[in-house]
Design a protein around this ligand. Structure first.
Ligand code: PXG
Length: 437
């Protein structure tokens, strides 16, 4: 099968193309917790595809909804027109979203959701006569996708350094990863809330009247699972409110149960003004993202004549019928199968299992919350990421898919995982760690 394929023309994203093409890993099919490779091997999915297949793979209800929708209405524009599914979805999403996030704007990815949220924030201030609020504040080590807005507020240098000056007027908060205080913390670290006070310093430097929004991942994912210190998000919220700055939560990874409640905003009890979601929205089955918007922000746009477009933004595929069908079916499955409760009940089991890896070779930190965890390895002397990449490949060969980000092994299994499978994940990782250079 692999031999018959011409691997060369496909420029693969976020991949070492030459290494991959010399030793490809190809998936043929998937069901529930498992992938099957083109060679017929079963691989346990430790990362829900890429933090997205919350209810496992090829869930029959989601497959059925997509198939029926494809045969009924394949496409209709979202501009000046609609279809029932997308209104049902906006209704459903805003009914489960925390606080007054009562409006939903649809996109096709997390990156588009982030850029859309940033544009809403800028336009909102301008609509209210505060057009001088143009600065955006992100955070070091943050990941907000790959659009120009997302990489500008993002804080990962490899994703930024090749791409010029990016958006002007962006500043960054310090990140909260601090092993000297917080290594091997279970859940939220006690130390670090004071890092939120750095926002006061940025306000003092730039003046609040120039700042539109602050964007953070409530739990940073791609940097290797960094859980917010106790009190940190609360303090960011308080400072933003005091200075009229919008707080955007990028919940592309954390929404839909990952932290043990529906949204990380629920888990931490902190309410954002805008929330970017994607990934789990459709269980990964059809690309879709959304920005959930506080009612007061939407209302600020509803001012001109009723026929006038209020927000000059949108995508050909915003609110795509197949994505809407997949999302409606996914949200129903999450509720019908009690996956949010399941995540919160399994979280302590997952936590114990992960922390049992403390003391295994190379492990320098373990971080976790809900059903997301990171096991950080000491970098090899011959370069960062190499040891983790070696671990990734050895886990795969042993029948387990993990994700490595830097030198951290990230684990975010589908929420349908059972206790035996959690055991299988940590046993496989322990064996692999013992075999590594
Ligand atoms: N925000 C966050 C917090 C994300 O994690 C995006 C935005 C962008 O989403 P799209 O759908 O445009 O990719 C993400 C995406 C990794 C990894 O290995 C994570 C993502 C993407 C690629 C790799 O951690 N998250």
């Amino acid at each position: 099968m692999t031999n018959a394929l011409n691997l060369e023309p496909y420029w693969m994203p976020f991949t070492g193309n030459r290494q991959f093409k010399s030793d490809p890993l190809l998936m043929e099919s998937a069901s529930g917790m498992y992938f099957t490779t083109t060679e017929g091997r079963q691989v346990l999915d430790g990362i829900a595809g890429l933090w997205c297949c919350t209810a496992g793979h090829c869930h029959p209800a989601i497959v059925d909804a997509i198939q029926r929708q494809a045969a009924k209405l394949d496409y209709s524009t979202a501009f000046q027109m609609g279809h029932p599914g997308i209104f049902q979805l906006a209704d459903k999403l805003t009914s489960i979203a925390p606080g007054d996030l009562d409006y939903a704007f649809f996109t096709n990815s997390g990156s588009e959701s982030v850029d859309t949220a940033l544009k809403i924030a800028l336009a909102y201030h301008r609509m209210r006569g505060e057009g001088q609020r143009t600065r955006l504040i992100g955070r070091e080590k943050g990941y907000h996708g790959v659009g120009f807005g997302g990489i500008s507020v993002g804080g990962m240098s490899p994703n930024r350094k090749m791409f010029g000056a990016m958006l002007p007027g962006v500043d960054h908060l310090p990140h909260t990863l601090d092993r000297s205080h917080n290594a091997f913390t279970r859940g939220q670290p006690e130390w670090g809330a004071r890092l939120a006070d750095e926002l006061e310093n940025l306000v003092a430097l730039h003046d609040a009247s120039t700042i539109a929004a602050v964007i953070v991942e409530p739990v940073a994912g791609s940097v290797g699972v960094v859980v917010p210190p106790r009190g940190y998000l609360e303090r960011l919220r308080e400072i933003c409110t005091r200075h009229g700055i919008l707080l955007i939560f990028d919940e592309v990874i954390t929404a839909f149960g990952r932290t043990g409640k529906r949204f990380a905003a629920d888990t931490f009890g902190v309410q954002p003004d805008l929330m970017a979601v994607a990934k789990g929205l459709t269980n990964g089955a059809v690309p879709m993202g959304a920005v959930l918007v506080d009612s007061s922000i939407y209302q600020a746009f509803m001012t001109g004549p009723p026929h006038a477009i209020e927000f000059f933004h949108g995508y050909t595929y915003s609110g795509h019928p197949l994505a809407a069908a997949a999302a409606l079916a996914s949200l129903k499955v999450y509720e019908d199968e009690g996956l949010y409760d399941r995540a919160s009940k399994l979280a302590p089991v997952f936590e114990d299992a992960l922390h049992s890896l403390q003391g295994e070779p190379h492990v320098i930190d373990i971080r976790n919350i809900g059903m997301m965890g990171g096991v950080e390895l000491a970098p090899r002397d011959d370069g960062p990421t190499l040891r983790a990449l070696d671990a990734f490949r050895r886990c795969f060969d042993a029948g387990l898919l993990v994700r490595t980000v830097g030198d951290t092994i990230a684990l975010t299994p589908p929420l349908i995982i059972d206790e035996d499978q959690i055991g299988q994940i940590v046993e496989t990782i322990a064996k692999v760690l013992r075999s590594l250079d």
